[in-house]
Design a protein around this ligand. Structure first.
Ligand SMILES: Nc1ncnc2c1ncn2[C@@H]1O[C@H](COP(=O)(O)OP(=O)(O)O)[C@@H](O)[C@H]1O
Ligand SMILES: CC(=O)OP(=O)(O)O
Ligand SMILES: [Mg+2]
Length: 401
């Protein structure tokens, strides 16, 4: 039997297929640039008899089309990963927003789906795609147990001073308006890997997840004590298409003086801002190329992006009362040397000293970029949300749900 894990992000779907009891996937895939004309599917097969990578360029209009393409590849005869749909016993889904009630890996029922749908407004780029993914998976793999693993769960340890907003109590008590935090599966996974590598269960860590969505977490002894996203995955860092933190008065001004509707403001901050708003591009590979061509908009965007991260490093070092390691992860954090260099520049006072040459190397696995004399480790740890989800599925299965 197999466990299929589906991680649908705002701009991509990642998937991995595991044998029930193995941490090594038999195949994995990335469906990227969903919603753009130049969609790309990369499907990798790791079996000894058929090790190959397929790259398919095609426009993928939405998450549902992406899911169907994935199912097609898993059952395609010439590269048959599985003989029939019934061989997939469990499907683990990453779900970004679980609110205050969905805080642990959960078998998906009609009631759970309703709760995920009730949170659409709080994760507009994600939860609708998750429900589509779950429904397509239910149709294509009717015999499988569907399990949801939540991005918000790891942040449930935040102290109240970190998760409450300074607005009247009733908004928290009646409406659940509080900091939830996201990317928790990733922050927990890389923090765990850093703790193992440092051999220090009490380590004070700042994990920096930079994908299309970006967030940071302050982790002390494996527990999250603060994080940069809030009620929704919009707060905090500058992201691919999201503004991150902004004075709330900007919204009031646009609404009152310029006649923007709530819907327009949601679109503006979630889909037209961030690096896209500053440069016209949201893929860091494009912006990096422009930066190296001395494009002024790309220069400013990179500086703004890195400066925001720096400010959170300062804040979280204070919150943690110290810092043992910075951990960079996700698409940009793992691959973009320029971001890491700009973030770590002029941070010697915190013991942060990056080895510029090591930072340029493209190696797989955990990397230590600390220069000689640096007191704070600077680590790159590839995230693996899919493996973390597969492990949760196994654990839940072993408990007999
Ligand atoms: N080699 C690279 N250099 C710079 N950025 C990269 C590279 N590879 C991927 N990225 C960036 O990673 C981001 C996507 O990260 P990912 O973690 O996959 O996002 P998400 O899960 O939010 O879809 C994109 O902005 C992409 O440009
Ligand atoms: C929560 C979030 O922003 O996720 P992603 O980075 O996958 O879009
Ligand atoms: Mg992601």
């Amino acid at each position: 039997m197999y466990i299929l894990v589906i991680n649908s992000g705002s701009s991509s779907i990642k998937y991995q297929l595991f044998l029930q009891h193995s941490d090594q996937p038999v195949c994995s895939g990335l469906i990227e640039r969903i919603g753009q004309d130049n969609g790309l599917i990369t499907h990798e097969i790791f079996r000894a008899d058929v090790a190959q990578t397929l790259k398919l360029e095609q426009s993928i209009k939405d998450h549902e089309t992406g899911m169907q393409a994935m199912a097609g590849l898993l059952t395609r005869e010439d590269i048959a990963m599985i003989d029939n749909a019934a061989q997939i016993g469990t499907i683990g889904h990453r779900v970004v927003h679980g609110g205050e009630t969905l805080t642990k890996p959960t078998v998906i029922t009609a009631e759970v789906k309703e709760k995920i749908m009730a949170l659409y407004a709080l994760a507009p780029l994600h939860n609708p795609g998750h429900i589509k993914g779950i429904e397509v998976a239910e149709k294509l793999f009717p015999a499988a147990t569907q399990i949801a693993v939540f991005d918000t769960a790891f942040h449930q340890t935040l102290p109240e001073r970190a998760f409450r907003y300074a607005i009247p109590d009733k908004f928290y008590l009646e409406d659940g308006i509080r900091v939830y935090g996201f990317h928790g599966i990733s922050h927990q996974y890389v923090a765990g890997a850093a703790i193992t590598w440092l051999k220090d269960p009490g380590a004070k860590l700042i994990t920096i997840h930079l994908g299309n969505g970006c967030s940071m977490a302050a982790v002390s002894g494996g527990r999250c004590i603060d994080t940069s996203m809030g009620l929704t995955p919009l707060d905090g860092l500058v992201m691919g298409t999201r503004s991150g933190a902004i004075d709330p008065s900007v919204l009031l001004y646009l609404q009152q003086q310029k006649g923007y509707t709530a819907e327009q403001l949601t679109g503006l901050l979630n889909k037209q801002s961030g690096m896209l708003g500053l440069t016209g591009y949201n893929d860091m590979r494009d912006i990096s190329r422009l930066y190296h061509e001395n494009d002024p908009a790309a220069k400013l965007a990179y500086e703004l992006y890195a400066y925001r991260i720096k400010k959170f490093i300062g804040a979280y070092t204070a919150a943690l009362n110290g810092l043992d390691a910075l951990v960079f992860t996700a698409g940009v954090g793992e691959n973009d040397a320029l971001t890491r260099e700009l973030v770590c520049r002029d941070m010697e006072f915190l013991g942060i000293n990056i080895d510029i040459a090591k930072n340029q190397l493209r190696e797989k696995g955990l990397r230590d970029l600390t220069a000689g004399g640096g007191r704070t480790r600077i680590l790159v740890i590839p995230t693996n949300e899919e493996l973390a989800i597969a492990r949760e599925c196994r654990r839940l299965g072993a408990e007999g749900h």
